[in-house]
Design a binder for this molecule. Sequence first.
Ligand code: SF4
Length: 216
Amino acid sequence: MTVEFSLEADGLPLSAEEVFRAWHCPPDGGNAFVEAVVERTLEAARPRMAVRAGYRRLDAREIDLETGPVIGSQLEGASSLVVFLVTLGPGYDEWVRSSFRRDPLVGCAADTIGSLAVEEAAEILEGRVDAELLGEGLGATRRLSPGYCGWDVAGQAALFAALPEGFLGVRLSPSFMMVPLKSVSGVIGAGRRVAKRPYPCATCGIESCSRRRRGA
Ligand code: SF4
């Protein structure tokens, strides 16, 4: 079963404060000029987003994701896998590029706003998948993506192979980057024996990880 839908950019919970948090700045940007630029860029950004989302649910035996042990432990017991994709569309990437050419600060803001927006869209998709699974009496894992927790980014190839050709207009570059760049792909495990488990940071052997969750 493949599902596709659009999301209203106006419905994505974005704010200048979130941009400053991503930049490790004070909540007001620390500077009235910067704050005004980010607010203006936020206003200009939403109309450039053509947010599309979709997923396909497969029997877990139909796909070998080679996720590595950390993600593998999250997916353990899943009877089916929901492979998903979310994108802001090609127009947003083009706007970020042209913004950088005009004014690097606006370009940085546009880039960060796009990253936050596509993550928010992925959150909405996850909520929709969770509700669908719950309606069937099934549990769901977190959404999990290549490039995190030891899952090599080359894992994108298996995810894209599981989706219809050209799904949502997103393609993979030879280095497994998604084009458009402001896209998120991943998988959600489904089944009676799965749940949103904490990440095993306390016992994880990936020493180089900068996302280690303290106290996990
Ligand atoms: S330390 Fe935590 S976040 Fe980092 S790779 Fe390991 S499980 Fe993932």
